[in-house]
Design a protein around this ligand. Sequence first.
Ligand code: ZN
Length: 343
Amino acid sequence: MEKMTNGFTTELRRMEFENHGVCVACGYKFKKGDTANLGYDNSDAPLYVCDKCTRLLKEPTIKRYYSPRPYDVPTPQCKLWRYMDFTKYVSLLSSRGLYFTRTDCFEDTFEGAKGLRKNKEKWDAHYFDFFCSAIKNPPEGNKCELSEKEVEQLANKLLSDLESGGEAHKKRVFVSCWHESEHESEAMWRLYSSFLANAVAVRTTYKSLYSALGRDPSISIGRVRYIDLKKEYAGVNDAFWRKRKSFEHEREVRALIMDFECKDMGKVVPCNLDVLIEEVFVSPKAPDWLIGLVNDVNEKYGIKVKVSTSELSEVPFFKELLGAKIFRDRPLFLIEEFLLLEQ
Ligand SMILES: [Zn+2]
């Protein structure tokens, strides 16, 4: 194997992102703590391989400890919905980008939280032990020469850094929230549009969202996991992927990006809207002319996409079965036959 180079290119990061946890050569599934090797093969194609397959790397670039993602990735065709006011839809089109909200600006004060304050001692004890063990057991070739007291002092310092860092971190994490569902949701129309008569919903898929954002490995997209904070807490890397059970109905899939420079309450991330938007629906309470208006706006911004009325605005029918004279005293199979004939 040749000497390692340091070019951790976007191409390699994307390779790791898209194959996270699986050796692309032999299909081996990494376990926590395994080494994943990145580099280029003989034909200069990027590779992400396990230790047994490193012979394939002509130009090894980087070795990384594998650790599982703190979220699940939806299937490529999984349907995602975003409910919004018409004004936000126009803003999406005119900015040609997706708006990511800074996580300290969400209404949910538990956004990014590790747990309930009353359980903080347990969390602290867990990470205190974790830090002590990490300090006492440095990587191979190093030796810990600190006394027990010094180890504890250092672990306490790391713990307090972690706490102050956690609060500040909320200002660096930006999120775009989506609702995962095969179908439209009445509850989501109400939740995410302040004026229902003017609301629209954009439908996409995981694959389209990922592609529309430029297959950017610095944007994580995954399912939020809902946990019972009375019994559990979020780990250091999990906090922005965990919400309380009371939010379970949101079935949220979020796109998450970190930005250490941006001081605004949100940021617009460039997005290919032709790829992103698969269909637009207007709210079940929208007046008839809203479809025309959405079509006009789409045309103005050069977006070619189907605009549909909400499935919830379909008109129901009610058949009067039991009251109808003809069915009186007839066996049920006759009634079924009659209905089949009618169709
Ligand atoms: Zn392998």
